[in-house]
Unconditional design. Sequence first.
Length: 302
Amino acid sequence: MQICSLLPSATEILYALQLGDSVAGVTHECDFPPDAAKKPVLIRPRVDSTAPLAELDRQVNELVARGESIYAVDAELLANLAPDLIVTQDLCHACAASPGDLATALTRLPKHPRVLSLSPHSLADVWQDICRVGEATRTSTEAEALAAKLAARVATIQSLTANASKRPRVVCLEWLDPFYVGGHWVPEMVVNAGGEDVLGRAGERSFRVTPEQIEHSDPDVIMVMQCGFAAERNAADFRARGLLETWRSLSAVRERRVYAVDANSYFSRPGPRLADGVELLAHIFHPDLFLLRVPTSTLCRL
């Protein structure tokens, strides 16, 4: 079976199901496991990801306002690969090619492949999507076992942190200029790790907030987890933006509980490593209950 993955989380799912040899094409962001980065690239961005945050946000909003995708599909390469299955998503057009772009590319294919579109809003949805990929690739037994294992890991963490004497109030910053807070599965991850997400809305899209809203929430912990960025970039962007003077009285700032994390690996992508993300949060919130050896490439205290 020839499979093309048009989003990084799907690539991770396919590899977790031991289907790496069947993956024929990926996106420019598919970097895990490392072998995925060696595959032909079908999707490339039409924005400059190295631009300052405000400029990057402007570029994305401008394209979306015009009804254009921020990604380009290599229709010729897709035709040459002649996939049997394409895995994509219809959750966030800032994360993958739009359905319209894919539909246009499909018109050039000599045969029409099956298209599996994923659109998770919660951890349960992510585990179910693993099973859907398993059904589409005739690996249902393996997929169901993987989904059950991931759900069990999260349940174990939830059980451990349920005994915590205090649940920290948490703000998860998905973007810094302007400020956005994480949505969909992120607030749920915070709860399962023994925290309380004071601004995010579980199951809903991320949304813009003001500095004053963050200040008024007075979080015990601030997580810098900009969508698509690793810990180093998140730390650098936070330091470059500078700490707002009015934030110096926040509990998280006074107690030095502001953290930059590898969002690209453990929070932004709805795949198997979200369970690792819950473990990471549990370690940050309750290190006395959940010990974890964390490399500096994953977590940076600010």
